[in-house]
Design a protein around this ligand. Sequence first.
Ligand SMILES: [Zn+2]
Length: 273
Amino acid sequence: MNGSWQLRHKLKKIKQMKKLIFYFTACVMLALLCIPGPASAQKKPKFKALVMAEGGGHHIAFTKAARVWLDKLAEEKNFTTDYISNTDKIDEDFLKQYQLIIQMDYAPYGWKDKAFAAFEKYITEGWGGWIGLHHATLLGDFDGFKMWPWFYQFMGGIKFVNYIPKFAEGKVNVEVPSHPVMKGVPASFSVKTEEWYTYDKSPRPNVQVLASVDESSYVPASDVKMGDHPVIWTNPHYKARNIYIFMGHSPDLLENEAYKKLFSNAIFWAVKK
Ligand SMILES: [Zn+2]
């Protein structure tokens, strides 16, 4: 009698212990699921891009549309974007954080002295890649500022001359389809609303031209022409992978599949050392 009571008591105790262990394990597992992992376990961005974008003016509609597109791409492809609308912060330490600079419609004049110097070093020493759009070739004396001679050389030794203020549609012809930036880009594509800057001369002798615009395709036709008219090129004389894309005025470019492909290719090509 006494023995069986002891056995029953023991069995009850074991059951209670088992229950306790079960609840304890369940609680621990639940807690582990709820606690976020350490920062290192989260996906580290592949690279950081600095975007120089004008904060106003007549390119703001493009900038806004491009920013939406770029930030979506950054999220999908796991990189980050920081935007600046003036050069106050730019010095060597600041630029060293970035593996890519996108000069998105940001003119090459009126920069802070330390920004000029740091940028030159970034490109000549190849700290990262560079993509310049549209306004980046507004080279000359503007708004009371003298031309930046170093940037003039970087862009292939060209000076801005004229543009089509009321815009024209134009046909862009790819010249080097084998270049990684042109992968998946049609051999020729139309750009609806552009100003088609002209320069004092073609940059062709000093750069590698990847695409040019056919001036005879302009709709409406225009007398603002320069003959050989490159619109996309890279300058192989600098350590940084660099690419200039002239098109970048109108927000409708972000509805142009060829342009988006080109821009995206340019990012992933330029960021590789
Ligand atoms: Zn423009």
